[in-house]
Every structure is written in C-alpha cells, then in structure tokens.
Design a protein around this ligand. Structure first.
Ligand code: G6P
Length: 368
C-alpha cells in the first residue's frame, strides 16, 4: 500500500498529481494536432452521433458535476439540447423521451447502483442509444451500454474522486466535438478546442506548482465550520465540485452557489467566520462575478479567489487571490478544478481526517 503511494502521503495526493498524465492518456490516439480522430469513436458510434438530436446525461456524485459542465458544452458548442439528472432521481420518475435522444451515463467505477439502474430503465424507454463514459472497461455499465468511451485515469483509490473527474471532462469534450461536427460546431472551433486540450497537461502542471501557496491558505479553514463556493456559468459546477471535495474529506460544511443567486439567500450567512471561495477565469461573466464578490466584501466576508492573471482582483487582508495561468475559457473548468482539489486536500490533512477513506463514504456505492 505504502509502496503504491510512492512519494505521497495519501492516494488522493498521488492521484491529483497524476492528472497531467491521465489527461494526456485520455487524449492519446483520439486527437491529432487539431482534430478529433475518427478512431476516437468507432464507425458504429459515429453513426449514432450523426443521428443524435438531444442528450440526456445521468450520473451521481462527482460524475454528476462533470455532466453539468458538459451540458454547457453540448448546448453552446454543439448546439444539442442537453438535460442532466442525478441517477437516484432519474430512475424513479416517468420521462418524455424525444426522438433521437442519446442516453449518456458517467461513472468512474461503472458499478454505481443508481446509475446502473437508470441505464437499465432507459433501455426500455426508446432512447436512440446508450453511451457510457467510464474508467473501468470491464464494468457492468460499459458491458450493458451500446457504446462506451473510456477515461484512462488508471485505478483511482482515494474515495474522493479527482483524476477520474478531470478525465471525464476531457472525454466529454471529445464527445461534444464528435457530435458537434454533425450539428453546430464549425471546424475552426474544433481546431481551437483540440489545441486547448493538448495544452492542458502542461497547464495542470503549472497549477500543481501553486500547491505551497494553497497549503498556506488551507490554514484559514482549521477552525471553520461552514464555507461557500461561488462560480458562474460553466464554473458553477466546478464550485459544486470544490464544495463536495471539501465536505467529503474535511467534514466542513460547504455549499456551492451560482454567484448571481447570492442575493437570494446566502448573503445572509456571510461573515468573517465563513470563508467564501470563488473561481474567476477570464470569461464573459467575470465582471458580473466581480460585482457579486463586492457584495461579499461589503459584508465583511473573507474571500479566496482563484483568478486568471488578466482579471485583476485587489488583495487585502480579507481577500486572497491565487493567480491561475491563462487558459482558453471554454476548457477552463477543467483547470480550475485542480486548485480546489488541492485546497480540500490540505484542509483535510491539517484537520487530521482519514483523507483516502472519509467516514461514512464508499468509493463505489453498489447498493441503493
Ligand atoms: C461515490 C464516491 C464518489 C463518486 C460517486 C459516483 O459517492 O465516493 O467519489 O463520485 O460515488 O461514483 P461513480 O463511480 O459512478 O463515478
């Protein structure tokens, strides 16, 4: 066990640091310099994608957050309407299935009981086809789906998912491009996205080098009981994922909100005892986010902002800014996940929790 962890104290740390390689492997033989290769999806899958008119995503936990990012991508890049639901809800309500809907499950393990049950239900419901995006090739989910795309994260041991999530996002973007070709995605956009994906391993390395700074920030959380994560647009699911990581392994209550909703409730909670963490890449919504964060500052809140270098935020004793290297805003959710993983990890280490096996949680929930 200790040998498998190599130089790292926990599997989670090892898996966070494996992400550049995991992303490179997920891209391997699926993209050329600027295009998604035909072999990324075989002929059968390509035929299905060409007929796809809508997407329904179903997943649980961290995998659900990957699906929420993909919803933005399917709609804004591919022009395909996309719905997403947690599997435990999906499986227990009637659905209206529109013609040409592709049913997509996301799962690290491929054995999550609710996701598998949702797939089995879906197969009776008239979907065009079923696609599993999964990290375990021999899993039930892959075996029972018509089509599969593997994330190549390698075995993930830490209960809190890290590299599986990041590689799911990469696999989803490849899927969005492959489906988008038959719909609204121009070739120039495909080239831009593929190029951005190819730079990602190096950019993740750069974010990993911010670890000492993030470790220092983690000290602010030791005596805290609540925290709030904010993001807008595609970063909202990343805020959700950051909050989930923190609560899972540090046991600090963490909630995520789309920053525009602050005024409808959570502002009432803001004080110096509840750290507010924001993700601020250089996207269309960053000025809106900035004014939301002013509202937090005006109420004496303590802010930690992960921001693009081109989006200056003023630091003072209540506002800490960690500058994230520049990245194409369309894939920025993938990169901004990493500092939030590191933050959760270091808070948990300081609190002395069982990082790899947090209380009451399981790596794979195979019973309902
Ligand atoms: C459990 C794990 C999570 C995971 C979720 C879904 O709750 O602790 O890390 O995100 O199951 O698992 P899956 O294998 O379907 O992605």
């Amino acid at each position: 066990d200790a040998a498998d962890r190599g130089e790292f104290r926990h599997f989670m740390a090892k898996e966070i640091h494996e992400q550049p390689r995991a992303v490179a492997e997920t891209l391997e033989a699926r993209v050329s310099e600027q295009r998604v290769l035909p072999q990324a999806f075989g002929p059968e899958a390509t035929a299905v994608l060409s007929k796809t008119q809508r997407i329904q995503i179903v997943a649980c936990g961290t995998s659900f957050h990957a699906g929420m990012v993909a919803r933005y991508w399917f709609e804004s890049l591919a022009g395909l309407p996309c719905d997403i639901e947690v599997a435990s809800e999906f499986r227990y309500r009637p659905h209206v299935v529109a013609d040409g809907t592709l049913f997509v499950t996301l799962s690290q393990s491929g054995e999550t009981a609710d996701t598998l049950a949702a797939l089995r239900e879906a197969k009776q419901m008239g979907y065009l086809a079923t696609l599993a995006i999964c990290n375990v090739p021999e899993s039930s989910l892959v075996r029972e789906s018509d089509l599969a795309m593997m994330t190549r994260a390698g075995p993930e041991i830490g209960v809190a998912s890290t590299k599986a999530f990041v590689t799911q996002l990469v696999a989803l973007m490849i899927t969005v491009i492959a489906a988008g070709r038959f719909h609204a995605l121009p070739e120039s956009m495909e080239r831009r996205l593929v190029e951005a994906l190819r730079h990602l391993p190096r950019q993740i390395e750069e974010v990993l080098s911010l670890e000492p700074q993030i470790k220092t920030l983690a000290e602010q959380f030791i005596d805290k009981h609540h925290s709030l994560f904010l993001g807008r647009g595609m970063q909202y699911p990343i805020a959700m994922e950051g909050a989930l990581k923190l609560k899972e392994i540090s046991y600090i209550h963490a909630e995520a909100y789309p920053a525009g909703e602050l005024k409808h409730g959570p502002l009432a909670l803001v004080d110096s005892e509840m750290p507010v963490i924001a993700v601020a890449p250089n996207d269309d919504l960053v000025e809106k986010l900035r004014s939301n964060l002013h509202e937090v500052q005006a109420r004496g809140g303590r802010l930690i902002i992960f921001a693009d270098h081109a989006v200056p935020f003023e630091q003072d004793q209540d506002t800490h800014v960690i500058v994230i290297p520049p990245i194409d805003d369309l894939i920025s959710p993938i990169l901004y996940t990493v500092p939030l993983q590191l933050l959760a990890y270091h808070v948990a280490v300081l609190k002395g929790t069982d990082v790899d096996q947090p209380r009451n949680l399981a790596k794979s929930v195979t019973v309902e």
